[in-house]
Design a binder for this molecule. Sequence first.
Ligand code: FAD
Length: 288
Amino acid sequence: MIPGEFTYHRPSSVAEAVAILASHGDEARPLSGGHSLIPMMKLRMAAPEHLVDLGGIADLKGIAEDGDTITVGAMTTQHELIGSDLLGARLPIIRETSLLIADPQIRYLGTLGGNVANGDPGNDMPALMQCLNAAYVLTGPDGAREVAAREFYEAAYFTALAPDEILTAVKIPVPPTGHGYAYEKLKRKVGDYATAAAAVVLTLSGGSVSTCSVALTNVADTPLYAEEAGSILTGSTLDADTVKRAVAAAEAITDPASDGRGPAEYRIKMAGIMLERALARAADRARG
Ligand code: FAD
């Protein structure tokens, strides 16, 4: 299908982009890689009258390290995340997850900012950002504010982002050297969204779990930070009984739809299986 008519804007600064958004309210939308928004416009599920292309704003690009925080500019593409030596060394789970998104053509244009701002529960980066306890920098007419990824998602396509705000960067605390990590995603075929997926980041000390963080993709209206599952696992040796209790706790917070990816009961169980696999792989990596 063909999208509705719109006016195209290409600002060269964040301030200019925010001013355009503020003057058009709900009728304007930021455009990043366009690989979620343009398909929605073609289906007429979105019909913005003004598209504000963020592609001309140099400040929104790049990956920088400051102490134990890595800041990724919103317009950094998934392809650039995969190619980053810094992320490969300090946050390898980002590369692992990015490689499971769509296909190379989409990853050349799709951005981290667009993926996390979109609010589609099928996007993979939001649960990962919850697992890593990242914060989103949102810039509007009154300046910038930070919102934790764990607080950002309200319902499918509803987030804490105001219509006149742009998500400008993602700030990610770096887990300690030697941490274990895994992103496990079940999908029907290459390029598909998750039937269910799980992100795990953990640290071990003397064979026991010192810290553990778990989040799930596409098994509810929003990404899910599985706080109770992480608490159950913390202090354990990842013995079978504890893992079973943690998986049950994670499954209990899911509420997937029955759809082309399977009935809800199946998707709940697959979330549990993805979590078990992610825990096993994260623990192997932490043991070295
Ligand atoms: P856009 O499409 O430009 O924007 C998406 C939404 O976010 C729009 O509402 C836009 O207004 C808003 N937005 C964008 N940037 C900002 C910003 N900086 N501040 C505020 N609002 C903003 N994704 C996955 O995670 N996993 C998959 O398996 C997957 N498979 C896909 C398969 C196909 C065939 C396709 C076409 C896409 C797939 N995607 C998948 C989506 C892809 O990763 C998108 O690129 C991503 O979801 C959105 O990023 P974008 O840069 O393209 O954003």
